[in-house]
Design a protein around this ligand. Structure first.
Ligand code: ASP
Length: 351
């Protein structure tokens, strides 16, 4: 009799536990590599190799993550993000759209190296067709370092992806307890754990002590509000970035054009200004049908039309306040739709 009662109590407990588990949001972690999956020979040395640990080890290193969400992990790639590619972006895009289409998860976390994380985030922001939370994160210290920041960032990213407050917010980047908009965020430190900031705006919100709070909404169009459905594409137009400096020759720009790129972003001086050599090279490139967008090497502020530069005469567009590396992504996607300068320029004001 006593045994039967004990068994019934145990079965009841199991059932409650199972029901609780069932109610947890479902988060899929797509791992791509980076320092978060990096390992080094010793804890007090910085020398390490990015993209070594498999996704199951990343998840196992985060105590309590299974109480925040029902987690599944998938390895998409395992590279340092200096080796991130458009092919991997397209693969990620397809898998994310498929997960949401098939209702396989409520939110997605992407572990990613920090070097190009803002680019992947912005690319996905423009191309994923669903506005469910997709949260990118990574770490500045490898998994083997003293005070590795990866497990905490991953815990926070899952917390944000699983939060009901994140519904409809689409792609975000979570790092060092801040939540960032993919359009505005930039890597701002080569080595510090506080590696990201949005110099033109600020964080969207915070994740602290397992709780999520938002302070702002992004006003830029994203996800399905953009025309950039790339589901039928296996590659994208080629766009390069040519940066200027004092007395810069047009060698880089001319070499890209000779190599057959479809577009070039100039990382210009001040308000996207070009010196004489690069102005001439730009006009020649535009004549050959290459799309040119003036951006700036200055990391805050906008690049505006018809300031010191006559964009009508040059045939150029401006990036608004997008960094050169993000302007490149928007031009690559824009060129899948049109070559019309006015239409492309409009994209830079909308997305
Ligand atoms: N080079 C590394 C990467 O981007 C740096 C990092 O993840 O922090 O993969």
């Amino acid at each position: 009799m006593k045994q039967t009662i004990l068994l019934l109590v145990f079965a009841g407990l199991l059932q409650t536990l199972f029901a609780q588990q069932q109610k947890l949001p479902r988060v899929v972690i797509l791992a791509t590599g980076g320092t978060i999956a990096g390992t080094g020979a010793s804890a007090d040395r910085s020398a390490y190799k990015a993209g070594e640990l498999p996704v199951k080890d990343l998840i196992a290193a985060v105590p309590g993550i299974d109480k925040v969400a029902t987690i599944t992990g998938e390895q998409v790639s395992n590279v340092g993000s200096q080796d991130m590619t458009v092919d991997i972006w397209i693969k990620l895009n397809k898998r994310i759209n498929e997960i949401f289409k098939n209702n396989e998860a409520d939110g997605i976390v992407i572990t990613h190296g920090t070097d190009t994380q803002e680019e992947t985030a912005y690319f996905l922001n423009l191309t994923v067709r669903y506005d469910h939370p997709v949260v990118l994160t990574g770490s500045m210290r490898p998994s083997t370092a003293i005070s590795a920041d990866g497990p905490k960032n991953l815990y926070d990213a899952v917390t944000v992806a699983a939060s009901p407050l994140s519904k409809g917010r689409g792609v975000m980047l979570v790092f060092n307890e801040s939540i960032w908009d993919p359009r505005d965020v930039e890597k701002v430190s080569t080595t510090h754990v506080n590696g990201f900031a949005a110099p033109n705006s600020g964080p969207l919100g915070q994740v602290y002590d397992g709780k999520v709070i938002y302070y702002f909404n992004s006003v830029h169009k994203a996800n399905k509000q953009t025309p950039f459905d790339i589901s039928g594409l296996t590659k994208l137009p080629r766009v390069a970035v040519a940066e200027l400096y004092c007395d810069a020759p047009a060698t880089a720009l001319n070499a890209y054009v000779a190599d057959g790129v479809d577009g070039v972003i100039t990382g210009g001086l001040g308000n996207g200004n070009l010196n004489k050599a690069n102005t001439e090279a730009v006009m020649a490139a535009v004549k050959k049908g290459v799309s040119i967008v003036r951006s700036s090497r200055v990391f805050t502020g906008r690049v505006t039309l018809f300031d010191e530069t006559d964009d009508e005469k040059l045939g150029t567009m401006v990036s608004d306040n997008l960094s050169p590396q993000k302007a490149r992504i928007l031009l690559m996607l824009g060129l899948t739709k049109t070559k019309d300068r006015k239409q492309l320029q409009q994209y830079f004001f909308e997305y």
